[in-house]
Structures are given as structure tokens and as C-alpha cells.
Design a protein around this ligand. Structure first.
Ligand code: GDP
Length: 599
């Protein structure tokens, strides 16, 4: 195959490119366009379809880019675009602690601007310090645009009317402004001198191919200028890579699709792969590449190759891969000591490991890297994690989540994963709540809202079961009955008088129990409570008017010390201001006798 024919000891490998951006902003279309142009421009077979990736060699890039690229200026062999569909998070795939992608294209729809996944992608690029450029896509949708297929941006820009140019400029500057808000100094790519310090924005249309020559030129130039040293590898050395996906493949059992970023991998090589439990040691049975389109009629979609060199995407068939994890490292052992290689893999896994707590939520993610990103986000939000794993939400995750004591932790947070149908049923019966999303911070936000909801409900129940503070006064000439029970007219000064509450009166600062409220009437109607400002008649079981209580007396609802503590320390923000006032007056009285009362 094409990437096995270079065999000088050190050589420059192809930079690995990730294309990312918000859904529908044009990632797939852009890759299709690049692939399509490459197929049209190149000799048949010149671009190599890899597993999960497309390699575009330098000569094809220079043909597409026309005058913009002189192949003599470059010695990197081309670009390898990762294109696993649905892998929104492949930017979180890692290699030796860094990002797997050497360089990235962030696609932003000029009409739609920055969206949640754009921000998330930026955050990941920032954290992993991956150099990137922005493709400001869909320029052909600017009203009045006249299409010049596959031309460099300058040519097509010059041919537009003033109005159209102005409209496009406005949209581009908006994107530049958004980037600056996120802490990136950015400009239109032709104004950028130092691509390490500034982000270049390339206007493109994935539909018409306008600006695509520029995009490839900038990517190539950026790699050549800043990444040449990192691309120097020992091409015949033992291969190193990252698992993109773990897949069942007919006739092969569980296979792993990997991106190899260093050395070579051969049939019969012993490899060590990061697994859910211990590293997996196994032997390569077959290395599989997609068949060229022309040969698709044959029985298998794949063809065997003996050896592959970095950078490449390849499917590896080997026994025992059931436990392998997307995002985990893969290393070829070759002439080295197996134990050393196992240790290397373990060390790499440990660097991505998530700290778990005794109690917390269950987290599932599509790759090891995204699991780590989730864990970071949850750590920031102070959410503990009890179990963190790569993979879809399965019944055993429900079992773990359902044992949590705190209902806020009977929860599974899934990033870019599916919920298996038997897990869904179990979740319903076991009262486990599952959240899934494709944007990490949205997932964390959803969970936060859920927690707030639960806390609010908990507070509401506490409030229902707690004595509410109230201060009220017996109105003069409003004794309707002397005793058994005493019925008097009162005005509530502050707080809430509730039926069945206990009434006290302070003699100095000494509270004395008066009796219990056995009915409240407002304008002849029975009510459950009376609020500050209300005038109501209350029946109080216990006292006799003229003995324990008098007209004009100030009365209080009794607050048990425990309730006072909860009210003051946990619910002060929840209760109305007048009720808080009643509470504070009550506390003042109690604390003038005992300074630590209710503390
Ligand atoms: P992804 O979700 O980021 O992979 O986005 P897609 O590549 O699937 O594109 C989403 C939609 O936008 C599709 O309907 C595309 O045809 C359309 N689209 C993508 N790029 C362009 C473009 O440059 N111009 C126009 N007019 N439409 C585009």
C-alpha cells in the first residue's frame, strides 16, 4: 500500500488533521469537498482512503491549490484528515498526553456564528494547545453571491459586488470578534504573520469549493512551518497509536480502528492495547484497509495489508479486544521487553485516569479523552464521580447509580454515548435518571438544573414540616369567646400564622406556652394560614381571655430550637422578608437569655 513504500530510517510523517465544529456547520461537506476535489484532480488511487481517515498527498494538494502552493516549498508528505462520522469528540482523542490531531480546522457557519459545540471545540483546542485555523463556511449563502467554483478566495471575492463584499466582511468580522471574546487573537488568514500567535480565518464554501485552495494551502504552510520537527519519526520503529473505535466486524470479531502516529504496525506484531481493566496483550491477526471503490464488488469490504506506517488509519483484527477502549493507547512491542511496553501503556492510561469518590454520579463517555474532559468539567462544578467509564450506558451502570443514597446521585451522565435499551428499562424501574448530550457544558448545566430542582423540592418539604415564624396581636374588643377554645380577632404583624401551630407569649424574654391554634377564619371562611397584614379570628385551645392572655397582647408562634436553626441557616433566602423579621425578633428574645440558642 502507498504508505508502506518509504523505508528510510527517519522520515516526515503526514500531519493528522481534525475537522470540528457545531453540528450542521459543514464538517462532513468540507471533508467530502476535499476528498472529491482530490479524486477529480488526482490520478486514480492517489488519495488513500484509510479507516476513519483520508490521506491527501502533497501533489494533490498543490494541484487543488493551483498557484497558491509550490510543492517544492514543502517536504511534508501531505495531510491526513480524520473523518470518523459521528465522532464529535475526536479532538479529545489523545496521544502521549497531547491531542491526537496535530492541527485542526474549526468550521463555523458564517450565518449561524458561534454555537455551543463551537465553544466546546475551542475550549478543547485551548486546553490541548492544538494549533488551528477557522473555516468560515457557507460564504456562498451571502445574498447576491456569484459562484466561482473551486477558486481561491481572493479571485472570487474580487468578482463580487460591493454590497456582497460588505455583507461577507461583516460576517467575517463577527467571527473574528467572537474569537477575540474567547481569548484568541484572530484575523483574516492573509493578514496573519505568525500562525502560532494568531488564528487565521479562511472564508470558504464546502458546497462550491471557493476558498478550499486557500484552506489547504494554509494547513500545509502551518504544518510545514511549525510542525516539521514533530513530524520526524522513525518509520520502521514499533508503531504507536490511539484507538478511534472498537467495532464488531463480521468474520473478525471485535476489532479496533486505530490512528497510527508513529512507527509501523505489521501482521503478527504483538501489541498492547489500553483496556477497561488491565492492558490487553494480543497479536495482530490482520491489518485491514477499505478496498478502493472500484473493487467494492468483492466479498469483503476490506483488504489485508502486511504493514502500515504512520500516519495512517487502520483496522486491527486481533483476539481479546473486547475490553479495548476508544481513546486508549496502542503500542507495538516488536524487539522490546513486553513488560516495559505494558508499563508505558499503563502510564499513559494513568495520566488520563479519572479520580473517583466513594459516592457520586456515574459518568460514561465515548472516548478516554472525552471522559477526562467530562471529569474536569464536573470537578469544576464540584460534582463527585463514583464511576467513570468509556462506553454506552449499560444495565450495570444503572445498578451502580441506583445504590446511591442521595437522589441527586442516582444519576448517569453520558457524553456522546447511547443508552442500551435494557438499561433504559432498568433506569425506569430503579429510579435512575440518565442525561445524555453531545456538548459537555450543556450536560453539566442540565445536571445542575436537575440538582436545583431536587433541592427546591427538598426545601419545600422542609418548609411544609417546619414551624413558620409569626408575630401577631389580639385586637381590642375582639374577644368572641373566652375559652374552650378562646376565639379572638388578631392582626398578623409579620410572618405566617398556621393552623395547629403552638402559640407562646413572652414574659420579658421568657417564652410561655399559651396553647394551640385550632382554626383560623378570615371573613367567616375557614383558612389554613394568615399572612402578615391579615386580620383574622383564631381559635386557641388552652388559654382563657383575661387570665393567660389579654386583649392587645403580642403573641408568637412557637419555633422549636431545631426549626429555628434550619430556618436561620438554610432557609433564610427562601422565606419572605417579613417572616425573616419575625424569626430574627424571636431569636433576639431567645438569645438574650441564651446566646447559643438555635446555633
Ligand atoms: P456537519 O454536521 O458539520 O457535518 O454538517 P454537514 O456537512 O452535514 O452540512 C450541513 C448542511 O449544510 C448540509 O445540508 C450541507 O449541504 C450544508 N452545507 C455545508 N456546507 C455548505 C456550504 O458551504 N454552502 C451551503 N450553501 N451549504 C452548505
Amino acid at each position: 500500500m502507498s504508505n508502506t513504500d518509504t523505508h528510510d530510517p527517519t522520515s516526515l510523517r503526514t500531519p493528522i488533521v481534525a475537522v470540528l465544529g457545531h453540528v450542521d456547520h459543514g464538517k462532513t461537506s468540507l471533508l467530502d469537498k476535499i476528498r472529491g476535489s482530490a479524486v477529480i484532480e488526482g490520478e486514480a488511487g492517489a488519495i488513500t482512503q484509510h479507516i476513519g481517515a483520508t490521506a491527501v498527498p502533497l501533489d494533490i494538494i498543490s494541484t487543488i491549490a493551483g498557484d497558491l502552493v509550490d510543492p517544492d516549498d514543502f517536504d511534508l508528505p501531505g495531510l491526513l484528515f480524520i473523518d470518523t462520522p459521528g465522532h464529535h469528540s475526536f479532538t479529545t482523542l489523545r496521544s502521549r498526553g497531547g491531542a491526537l490531531a496535530d492541527i485542526a480546522i474549526l468550521v463555523v457557519d458564517v450565518n449561524d456564528g458561534f454555537q455551543p459545540q463551537t465553544l466546546e471545540a475551542l475550549d478543547i483546542l485551548k486546553r490541548s494547545q492544538t494549533p488551528f485555523i477557522v473555516a468560515a463556511n457557507k460564504i456562498d449563502t451571502v445574498p447576491g453571491w456569484s459562484v466561482n467554483e473551486d477558486t481561491p478566495i481572493n479571485d472570487t471575492y474580487e468578482s463580487q459586488s460591493d454590497r456582497v463584499r460588505q455583507r461577507l466582511d461583516e460576517k467575517l468580522y463577527e467571527i473574528i470578534g467572537n474569537l477575540s471574546d474567547e481569548g484568541f487573537s484572530a484575523d483574516l488568514y492573509w493578514r496573519v504573520q505568525n500562525f502560532q500567535r494568531n488564528v487565521g480565518v479562511v472564508p470558504v464554501s464546502a458546497m462550491t469549493g471557493e476558498g478550499v485552495p486557500d484552506l489547504l494551502t494554509v494547513m500545509m504552510g502551518l504544518s510545514q512551518r511549525y510542525m516539521k520537527e514533530e513530524m520526524e519519526i522513525d518509520v520502521s520503529g514499533p508503531g504507536v497509536g490511539t484507538v478511534l473505535e472498537v467495532k464488531e466486524e463480521k468474520g473478525f470479531g471485535k476489532t479496533v480502528d486505530i490512528v497510527l502516529y508513529d512507527g509501523t504496525i505489521r501482521e503478527d506484531d504483538t501489541i498492547v492495547v489500553g483496556g477497561q481493566n488491565d492492558p490487553i496483550v494480543t497479536e495482530v491477526r490482520a491489518l485491514l484497509q477499505p478496498r478502493p471503490l472500484a473493487e467494492i464488488r468483492t466479498e469483503s469490504r476490506f483488504e489485508n495489508v502486511d504493514e502500515v506506517g504512520a500516519a495512517a488509519g487502520i483496522k486491527v483484527a486481533a483476539p481479546e479486544l473486547g475490553d479495548a477502549m476508544a481513546g486508549a493507547p496502542v503500542r507495538v512491542v516488536r524487539d522490546r521487553d513486553l513488560e516495559d511496553v505494558i508499563e508505558e501503556v499503563q502510564a499513559e492510561l494513568a495520566s488520563i485516569a479519572v479520580d473517583t469518590a466513594e459516592e457520586g454520579v456515574v459518568v460514561k463517555a465515548d472516548t478516554l479523552g472525552s471522559l477526562e474532559a467530562m471529569a474536569d468539567a464536573l470537578d469544576e462544578a464540584e460534582v463527585p464521580i463514583v464511576r467513570a467509564e468509556v462506553g454506552d450506558v449499560a444495565p450495570r451502570d444503572i445498578s451502580v447509580a441506583s445504590t446511591a443514597e442521595d437522589p441527586k446521585q442516582q444519576v448517569i451522565l453520558g457524553f456522546n454515548v447511547d443508552v442500551l435499551s435494557d438499561a433504559e428499562h432498568r433506569a425506569e424501574t430503579d429510579d435512575v435518571t440518565i442525561f445524555t448530550d453531545e456538548v459537555i457544558y450543556q450536560l453539566v448545566e442540565e445536571y445542575d438544573e436537575y440538582v436545583e430542582g431536587i433541592e427546591q423540592a427538598q426545601q419545600d418539604t422542609i418548609l411544609e414540616n417546619i414551624s413558620r415564624p409569626a408575630r401577631f396581636r389580639i385586637l381590642p374588643d375582639h374577644t368572641f369567646r373566652q375559652n374552650d377554645p378562646a376565639v379572638v380577632g388578631v392582626e398578623v404583624n409579620s410572618g405566617t400564622v398556621q393552623n395547629n401551630a403552638t402559640v407562646v407569649k413572652f414574659e420579658g424574654n421568657e417564652p410561655e406556652r399559651v396553647g394551640q391554634i385550632k382554626g383560623i377564619q378570615e371573613q367567616g371562611e375557614d383558612v389554613d394560614e394568615a399572612r402578615a397584614g391579615n386580620r383574622v379570628s383564631v381559635a386557641i385551645d388552652g388559654p382563657t381571655v383575661g387570665r393567660q392572655i389579654e386583649e392587645d397582647d403580642e403573641l408568637w408562634i412557637q419555633i422549636p430550637e431545631k426549626h429555628a436553626k434550619i430556618l436561620e441557616q438554610e432557609l433564610a433566602d427562601e422565606i419572605p422578608a417579613d417572616e425573616l423579621e419575625a424569626l430574627n425578633m424571636y431569636l433576639d428574645k431567645q438569645r438574650s437569655r441564651d446566646p447559643f440558642w438555635g446555633k
